[in-house]
Design a protein around this ligand. Structure first.
Ligand code: GLC
Length: 588
């Protein structure tokens, strides 16, 4: 019955009258609204779109997305209203880990194109006022990088100390857990020099030795090479792990259950970041963000407080880690996001995201990918990301509500840690049924299936055979169809992006959680310079009545909702439809 009702409403989204006139009004007065806001920075006000190049658009029919493919979609990117693109790695790589194993930091991966293509992409983005943030993968390189080839060739190579080696005559070093290794062992024996090298990720991703000033200088030169080309920022991959105690002491038993406690925030991390800031970031107008934020608020602040001159914003995982297609606790979700907001209310700046290339799809983990609720819940989740304080990172495809593909067969997977873990589980007598069920829901390949452009063969992604299967729901869930539908997730995404861009209250405004014990509704206000808005998000598939009485007595006029029939004003309470998002202006 509820489903029928829902399809009757067809989960439509409109900017209601009030919103239309408001948006116009904001455009006219937009710049004044941004006056007198302290601490403004472009990267605080930017909306970042994360683009996974391998799966975005293939221009040459090899089944792999590429730079010319992205270039052909620049107007689409512009149409989203986003301000910056974070591009996953595009450097030369043998692709053990989809480009996170770099063999040449100053060249482009053959699958993706050429340096000329890169220059054209950067120019095309800049012409459209879109900035480019590159992924910098320097906790490790590929074992096919020239540095590593030299390093492994002899114990006396000038490159030996670019990596972490342990001579075998000393015995086996204290265990280190590898996230990607088929035996979980981060030490790999290499017979050429009778020594072990360290790899926190796959065997083809040896860890670089940041203790070596020569290596650090090489990295800063690489960063300057790209900065001089005019890129606008770096996302530092796995960077919290770079500083290691190179005596490699033993860790307590079961350390691997919480390896971040032992691996992250090594004692020299901050001095490296300060040096990097001085050598690179301070010389350019760039944004900087590292993956991970340590183990505490103190760690996170120490990475990003402006007076420390290290990084610009923290990218913390506590919230996104709660996502689970089988359900998660909204009270905990609210508590986590509120706690982080309050810890950063006065100082520092956060990233806001519910997905990236290492996660299964946002709507499948945090929303509801049943076709009856998919669009409404995706719109609601996009509303969350775009109405919280902190720089929003929107992962490509989430503006369409792309869902988990949920492979059943191991042959369909491409992800290196998943394939290695499969081997490990088999070898150690793991429960394979449980394992297959787990990866079906959580494997990051779910978030890497090709972008669904249209209903033609291969979703318009490629004329060849895609490197990974396309989600069969592309025939109805695709950008072309949503382009035409004013009520689509895509068009709602554009509306909420515009709303944020024109209203600093959503960017800089104070955040206050309301009704914290409500198990179905996430309610909060945002306040700035006499303006106060309330955001109500129904995270459930039930109709829920939200009672304002205790919290708000002023008039409420509708700004935006993901349901067409949301009342234009609200009284003492409001009835929220399944996964409804609604924003009211609280007239003071
Ligand atoms: C980061 C990346 C991930 C990659 C890993 C190793 O976590 O986001 O995709 O596999 O580092 O580079």
């Amino acid at each position: 019955m509820r489903i029928t009702l829902l399809s009757a409403f067809s989960i439509i989204i409109v900017l209601v009258f009030a919103c239309k006139s408001r948006t116009k009004e904001n455009k006219d007065t937009g710049s004044a609204k941004f006056d007198n806001i302290p601490g403004r920075k472009w990267w605080k006000e930017a909306i970042v779109y994360q683009l996974y190049p391998r799966s975005f658009k293939d221009s040459d029919g090899d089944g792999i997305g590429d730079l010319q493919g992205i270039i052909s979609k620049l107007d689409y990117l512009k149409s989203l209203g986003i301000d910056a693109v974070w591009l996953n790695p595009i450097y030369s790589s043998p692709n053990d880990d989809n480009g996170y194993d770099v063999s040449d930091y100053q060249n482009i991966m053959k699958d993706f194109g050429t340096m000329e293509d890169f220059d054209a992409l950067l120019k095309g983005l800049h012409e459209r006022n879109i900035k480019l943030v590159m992924d910098l993968v320097v906790n490790h390189s590929s074992d096919e990088h020239e540095w590593f080839k030299q390093s492994r060739s002899s114990r006396t190579s000038p490159y030996r100390n670019y990596y972490h080696w342990w001579n075998a005559e000393r015995g086996k070093p204290a265990p280190r857990y590898s996230l990607f290794d088929v035996n979980h062992d981060a030490w790999m024996y290499d017979s050429t020099t009778n020594a072990y090298y360290l790899h926190y990720f796959s065997r083809k991703q040896p860890d670089l030795n940041w203790e070596n000033p020569q290596l650090r200088k090489e990295v800063y030169d690489i960063m300057k090479f790209w900065a001089d080309k005019g890129i606008d920022g770096f996302r530092l991959d796995a960077f919290q792990f770079v500083s290691k105690d190179t005596t490699f002491p033993a860790f307590p038993k079961n350390y691997e259950k919480n390896f971040i406690l032992y691996y992250a925030m090594g004692k020299n991390l901050h001095s490296y970041l300060k040096e990097m800031n001085q050598e690179v970031f301070s010389k350019y107008d760039m944004m900087s963000v590292a993956e991970g934020a340590g183990n505490s608020f103190e760690d996170a602040h120490n990475l990003v407080d402006a007076d420390r001159k290290e990084l610009d914003m923290a990218y913390a995982f506590e919230g996104v880690d709660l996502g689970n297609p089988k359900g998660y606790d909204l009270l905990q979700f609210k508590e986590v996001y509120s706690r982080w907001d309050s810890a950063f209310a006065e100082k520092g700046w956060l990233s806001m995201f519910l997905a990236n290339h290492d996660q299964a799809r946002m709507v499948s983990r945090f929303g509801n990918d049943d076709p009856a609720f998919r669009d409404a819940s995706a719109k609601m989740l996009n509303t969350f990301i775009l109405t919280m304080r902190g720089t929003p990172y929107c992962y490509n495809g989430d503006e369409l509500a792309m869902t988990n593909i949920g492979f059943d067969k191991i042959e369909d997977y491409r992800d290196v840690p998943t394939l290695n873990e499969y081997q490990y589980q088999k070898k150690t007598g793991g429960n394979m049924q449980d394992f297959m069920e787990k990866i079906k829901n959580n494997c990051r390949d779910n978030g890497r299936t090709p972008f669904q452009w249209d209903a033609t063969a291969n979703a318009g992604f490629s004329a060849g055979t895609p490197w990974i299967k396309i989600n069969p729901n592309y025939t109805s869930l695709n950008a072309a169809a949503q382009e035409k539908d004013t009520n689509s997730v895509l068009n709602y995404f554009r509306s909420i992006v515009q709303l944020r861009k024109e209203n600093p209250v959503l960017i800089h405004g104070k955040y206050t959680l309301l009704d914290k014990d409500n198990p179905k509704v996430y309610a909060y206000t945002r306040e700035l310079n006499g303006e106060k808005w309330i955001v109500l998000l129904n995270f459930s598939k039930d109709v829920v009545v939200f009672n304002f009485n205790k919290y708000i007595s002023t008039d409420k006029s509708l700004i935006l909702s993901n349901y067409s029939n949301a009342p234009k004003t609200a009284g003492a309470s409001v009835s929220l439809q399944p996964y409804q998002a609604v924003i009211y202006d609280l007239k003071q």
